[in-house]
Ligand binder design. Structure first.
Ligand SMILES: [Zn+2]
Ligand SMILES: [Zn+2]
Length: 225
């Protein structure tokens, strides 16, 4: 299902499309799903609880942005990610190729909300309803704002969780993960992964002026106090 959504749907949709100047919308949705959705809601909020949202509506809106990226809901994401931190600290950099069997299976109590439960139980129904709504509005919005962003988002998710343990530098030699401008460019602040593994409880991963973290900056706007 995921491979179909990621690669075949975009190809069919591009084949059927006759307008190609909507790529700005794909770029915008890339930012919305990766930064607001995955980096802020799924990662820094649901996985590490580095802050509290001003209001639950903003929390669920950002969670929605993560879910329309095509990588599932936060319950599964958090389960995989907490395992990632646990294994990275005990096994080391090679853990990525050792885990995934049990990844995503555990349901953490602190991730259970009515909206997260719907995303967990009916994820593909949710995703296809979202795409259907976009399709009914406009074909170009469906293609460039729905289908292509999913392709971009899932592709980045296949590449970067591995790459950010391979390319880049280490500020903290005793911690796993790498700091990389390349990874950071594509992930809006998630490229300072060595800083993150050294201290996962921080709102911003930036520890120097040249380490830009757009997601960390946005968190400061939406967090309470
Ligand atoms: Zn990592
Ligand atoms: Zn993390």
């Amino acid at each position: 299902m995921r491979i179909f959504t990621t690669y075949f749907l975009p190809l069919i949709a591009i084949y059927l499309a006759d307008v190609s100047n909507w790529l700005w919308l794909t770029a915008f949705m890339w930012f919305v799903t990766i930064s607001l959705g995955e980096a802020i809601a799924f990662h820094r909020y649901w996985s590490h609880r580095t802050f509290e949202f001003k209001h639950w509506i903003i929390r669920d809106l950002f969670t929605f942005f993560g879910a329309i990226g095509g990588v599932g809901g936060p319950i599964r994401w958090v389960s995989t990610h907490r395992l990632h931190h646990k294994d990275a600290e005990t096994i080391g950099e090679t853990h990525k190729w050792l885990i995934t069997e049990s990844a995503g299976k555990r349901v953490y109590r602190d991730t259970i909300t009515p909206f997260n439960k719907i995303l967990h139980k009916y994820y593909y129904e949710f995703l296809y309803l979202w795409l259907l709504i976009l399709l009914l509005i406009d074909y170009n919005i469906f293609l460039y704002g729905g289908i292509l962003p999913i392709a971009v988002h899932i592709s980045l998710n296949l590449i970067f969780p591995n790459l950010d343990h391979v390319i880049g530098t280490k500020r903290y030699p005793n911690s796993v993960g790498r700091n990389s401008h390349i990874v950071n460019f594509f992930t809006f602040g998630e490229g300072w992964h060595n800083n993150h593994h050294n201290n996962p409880g921080k709102i911003s991963n930036s520890e120097a002026w040249y380490e830009i973290d757009i997601s960390g900056f946005i968190v400061k706007l939406v967090k309470s106090n």
